[in-house]
Design a protein around this ligand. Structure first.
Ligand SMILES: *Cc1c(COP(=O)(O)O)cnc(C)c1O
Length: 369
């Protein structure tokens, strides 16, 4: 130990880094895991076996193919990326958010979004030394376009992130809202479609129609959370510049091979997404039928709902073996709210049973409401 050096985290690190709270990932061992929007379905055994054979053939002694042309072609084919748009790959879409933030981080630059939304927008703004600015959604979580236009006018953000369907609220922003915002924005508008597979529309076409719109997607919510793969679609003029910031081997060889193989059977993943979507409305109805709950509409693979006491309800669910996400302290509009991922029918039943028992215990016998 060189005690005389004086170097310590407090003296050396940026104050905004010291002030950050680390993104907390709870241990879910032994629990019904409904906190992180994972696809609960396993791969069909034949597909899993073939995947194993493909992966066995990967030369892991070599660096991965740097620009992953085979994987990009598979994405193009499976997802209908517009002709003329380029693709940039990220180690999860979190990495793409970070890359975009680094790219626009001129002195004084602003990264903007609407609140409540995905927490990584704000956190990554801080990582990159950007100022974060936001305006609130309405109390029902619909987007207030006039408020966004005022924000754009006042802050002139270099980049605006809009997640749709939004996390943790679950609702999608209407197309005309996004188009009005894109037309007025002085900088980039990134449409984060992490939950596209569970909603009704796609905004990929906006990347071809608006020169300042980029569309970001991830395979995490579609059954590949463990692979870490996201991508960005947009005009070549933007993506050629952004490519310069991508670390050359950010998508490892096993991920490239596995995702390419799974995208060849995209129908399997799409069918799992359809099953999750079909389970969503009955789950929402069942939560809403419990005393004291308020359920918000969702076009994603999770449901946001409000209870009389979020912390005690979260704790009660945990005691009964079910892990959800307590978002009640993330934003004033989320007061009392929990977020539950749609699971398999068995998981959803266990959750509903635990929720019913918890609410009965928390509210106590004979108390009103
Ligand atoms: C989950 C999520 C992401 C990040 O996904 P990765 O696993 O990093 O690809 C991005 N945006 C939103 C809105 C999300 O909910």
């Amino acid at each position: 130990m060189a005690a005389e050096s004086g170097a310590s985290p407090q003296t050396l690190l940026r104050p905004e880094v010291l002030a950050l709270a680390a993104y907390h990932v709870p241990d879910a061992s032994g629990l019904v895991k409904l906190d992180a929007m994972e696809n609960p379905w396993a791969l069909p055994p034949e597909l899993a076996a073939d995947l194993g054979r493909q992966l066995a053939g990967v030369a892991i002694n070599r660096y991965p193919t740097a620009d992953a042309p085979v994987l990009k072609a598979a994405i193009r084919k499976a997802l209908g990326v517009p002709e003329g748009c380029s693709i940039l790959l990220g180690n999860g879409s979190d990495e793409i958010i970070q890359l975009l933030a680094l790219a626009v981080a001129r002195p004084g630059a602003v990264l903007a979004s609407v609140e409540p939304t995905f927490v990584m927008f704000r956190m990554i703004a801080t990582f990159a030394g950007l100022r974060y600015a936001s305006c609130d959604l309405q109390p029902d979580f619909s987007i207030d376009v006039d408020a966004v236009l005022t924000l754009l006018e006042r802050e002139r953000p270099a980049i605006l992130f809009l997640a749709t369907p939004n996390n943790p609220t679950g609702n999608a922003h209407p197309r005309e809202a996004i188009e009005r915002i894109a037309a007025a924005a002085p900088g980039l508008v990134v449409v984060d479609e992490a939950y596209y597979a569970f909603g009704d529309g796609s905004y990929l076409d906006l990347a071809a129609r608006y020169p300042n719109v980029l569309v970001m997607r991830t395979f995490s919510k579609l059954g590949m959370a463990g692979l870490r793969l996201g991508f960005l679609v947009g005009a070549r003029a933007w993506l050629d510049e952004l490519e310069k910031l991508r670390l050359p081997y950010n998508i490892n060889a096993l991920t490239q091979a596995a995702a390419t193989r799974l995208l060849a059977d995209y129908a399997v993943l799409a069918d799992q997404a359809r099953r999750i979507r079909e389970a969503r409305a009955p789950l929402a109805t069942a939560i809403a039928a419990l005393p004291g709950t308020e359920v918000f509409g969702s076009e994603a693979n999770f449901i946001l709902f409000r209870v009389p006491d979020a912390q005690r309800t979260f704790d009660g669910l945990l005691e009964r073996g079910v892990l959800v996400k307590n978002v009640s302290r993330a934003h004033a509009l989320l007061a009392g709210c929990l977020r539950v991922t749609v699971g398999t029918p068995g998981e959803n039943d266990r959750f509903l049973d635990a929720l019913a028992r918890t609410l009965a215990a928390v509210q106590g016998p004979g108390l009103p409401g």
